[in-house]
Design a protein around this ligand. Structure first.
Ligand code: ASP
Length: 316
């Protein structure tokens, strides 16, 4: 299986069989990652450059590990020290790097759409590691893999995505993915944190946690993304936790075997109770991190196959 895309910019452009193909390969890589010899040669000879213009812990580390396990030469640009700080534009930086013949560029940027723009200027594969509030495709894929492994399927599930939907690229990518795979979605949060047009996205919108969690198979909690807020969106942190923070009492309204997810970074006592986050019988948060490496290995492997095929045909 190869992807018909050069880049992975979002979930929006992926067809359900492509999503399934990435997840199937990622499942194999998850097995490899638990074994003694974690190396494969899928990216051998290729150069991967990571450019993170926004902070990242999990995503950057897992892209690095994924590239190294597959034999790529991996370099993470120290963006704080780069010429961007001297006024070079994103496009100039991209063109400079492009001249060094990378094969895979992994990019995170605070502006929605910046990664798509960059992809038009380079002749390698570009992976979006999160752009503004637009998309975070590998996060949605790792969430999907975690859900599929826990529930055995991705269709006919009730998934409640709760909290700061308005500023969340994780929510957007998950809405695309889970909608395509025919699960039922509920967005739960205060009216200030749910985008105005959300009701037209084929999802249910709830402003009450108990109602929103009722019978849910999956409960996905999101952080208040203050770095993207330009005003007061909640009355107080205490009040927010009281109404929208996930604790055992609220979770009791979900399905008895509901799983709890969070993309991280987590703010314990703000959107989720710390004890619940650590409860291995309910929380799959650590598994999400584990699946992140596997999904990024699969995505880069498939994109590299497409890139090599294009190069053989002389398209690039
Ligand atoms: N780590 C995720 C992201 O980069 C979620 C978050 O920051 O809250 O979007």
């Amino acid at each position: 299986m190869t992807l018909r895309h050069r880049h992975l910019l979002g979930i929006e452009g992926l067809a359900p069989p492509e999503i399934t193909a990435i997840l199937d390969l990622a499942d194999d890589y998850a097995t490899l990652n638990r074994s003694g010899d974690k190396h494969r040669e899928a990216l051998r000879g290729l150069t991967q450059i990571n450019m993170f213009f926004e902070n990242s812990t999990r995503t950057q580390a897992s892209f690095e590990i994924a590239g190294m396990r597959l034999g790529a030469d991996v370099m993470s640009m120290p963006m704080q020290a780069s010429s961007i700080k001297k006024g070079e534009t994103l496009i100039d930086t991209a063109l400079t790097l492009n001249a060094m013949h990378p094969d895979l560029l992994v990019v995170r940027h605070p502006q929605s759409g910046a990664v798509n723009l960059l992809a038009q200027k380079v002749n390698c594969a570009v992976l979006n590691a999160g752009d503004g509030r637009h998309e975070h495709p590998t996060q949605a894929l790792l969430d999907a893999l975690t859900i599929r492994r826990a529930k055995g399927r991705l269709h006919r599930l009730t998934v409640a995505i709760c909290g700061d939907i308005a500023h969340s690229r994780v929510a957007r990518s998950n809405i695309h993915l889970l909608g395509k795979m025919e699960s039922r979605l509920r967005l739960v949060g205060p009216p200030t944190l749910i985008p105005a047009g959300a009701a037209d996205w084929g999802v249910e919108v709830c402003h009450d946690m108990v109602e929103g969690l009722r019978g849910a198979d999956v409960v996905m909690m999101l952080r208040l993304q203050r770095e993207r807020m330009d005003g007061a969106f909640i009355p107080s942190q205490r009040e927010y936790y009281h109404r929208y923070g996930l604790d055992a009492e609220k979770l009791a309204h979900a399905a008895p075997d509901a799983i709890v997810m969070h993309p991280g970074p987590m703010n314990r006592g703000v959107e989720i109770d710390g004890t619940l986050a650590d409860d291995i019988n309910r929380s799959v948060i650590q598994e999400q991190v584990e699946m992140g490496v596997a999904v990024r290995m699969a995505a880069m492997d498939l994109l590299a196959r497409a890139l090599r095929a294009d190069r053989e045909e002389g398209v690039v």
